[in-house]
Design a binder for this molecule. Structure first.
Ligand code: ADP
Ligand code: MG
Length: 247
């Protein structure tokens, strides 16, 4: 167990089908503390399903998934405790639009009894400062731009003090001029040592920030490696074809 604790996420031989659609095929991946793993690949290749399995929004049909050493498929594991350590940011923010910015950020820690209201508010203000939105704390979320909403969503995920952050195409729904601010927040987070798994089509960002790039295609990890190798010397023919389309 002690060796497995050195691995933040250990995925081994995971398979998942929806009916006859075999979406994940023998997927194995380890993510180490402070590592930033970027997942790329065509639409429908299983990237979101993979991320969603890590906090049990989906269940695999077979295989092993350990998060922080906990077997999340073991019925004895308290999945809610494991989830508290995993922050997730989605393409479409999933914020409460009728709440203010700061209420969105404070909600989970207060509701889950992690902090009192005062402490949660103080922490929320710090986090909003970090994502460049301190001045928006008391505005309603509905009045923000997409890029601002996504930065609120990141602050909200961080409010639970997670030690792993998952991002599923966090900039795909944004107007192009909003993308940079969100990626900058993610870069800062990576520099701060956060363990991150990021699905994105932003190849420039992947090159800059990833410790490792993983290429998904047809439910399989076709190739993975350091960004330098993946982008400059891809071996897999499907990866070569994918890169020729997106770069
Ligand atoms: P990606 O994120 O790489 O675009 P997904 O993981 O979303 O891929 O989807 C992989 C495949 O699984 C697709 O064929 C998709 O239609 C299918 N799929 C995803 N979620 C579901 C679901 N809840 N029910 C049925 N099929 C699904
Ligand atoms: Mg997806």
């Amino acid at each position: 167990m002690s060796e497995q604790k050195q691995v933040k996420v250990h995925v081994e031989d995971v398979n998942k089908s929806y009916g006859s659609n075999h979406v994940l095929r023998d997927i194995s991946l380890d993510v180490h503390p402070n590592e930033v793993v970027v997942m790329i690949g065509p639409s429908g290749s299983g990237k979101s399903t993979f991320l969603r399995m890590l906090n049990q929004l989906e269940m695999p049909d077979s295989g092993t998934i350990l998060v922080d050493g906990y077997d999340i498929l073991d019925k004895k594991t308290d999945i809610n405790k494991v989830r508290e350590n995993i922050g997730m940011v989605f393409q479409n923010f999933n914020l409460f639009n009728n709440y203010t910015v700061i209420q969105n950020v404070m909600l989970a820690p207060v509701q889950l009894g992690k902090m009192g209201k005062e402490e949660a508010e103080k922490r929320a203000r710090e986090l909003l400062e970090t994502v460049g939105l301190a001045d928006k704390a008391d505005m309603s979320v509905g009045s923000l731009s997409g890029g601002q909403k996504q930065r609120v969503a990141i602050a909200r995920a961080l409010a639970m003090d997670p030690d792993i952050m998952l991002f599923d195409e966090p900039t795909s729904a944004l107007d192009p001029e909003m993308v940079g601010d969100v990626l900058d927040v993610m870069k800062d987070l990576a520099r701060s040592g956060m363990t991150m798994i990021i699905v994105t089509h932003e190849m420039g960002f992947a090159k800059q920030v990833a410790d490792r790039v993983v290429f998904f295609e047809s439910g399989k990890i076709q190739e993975s490696g350091e960004p330098e190798q993946i982008f400059n010397a891809p071996k897999n023919a499907r990866l070569q074809e994918f890169l020729s389309k997106v770069m």
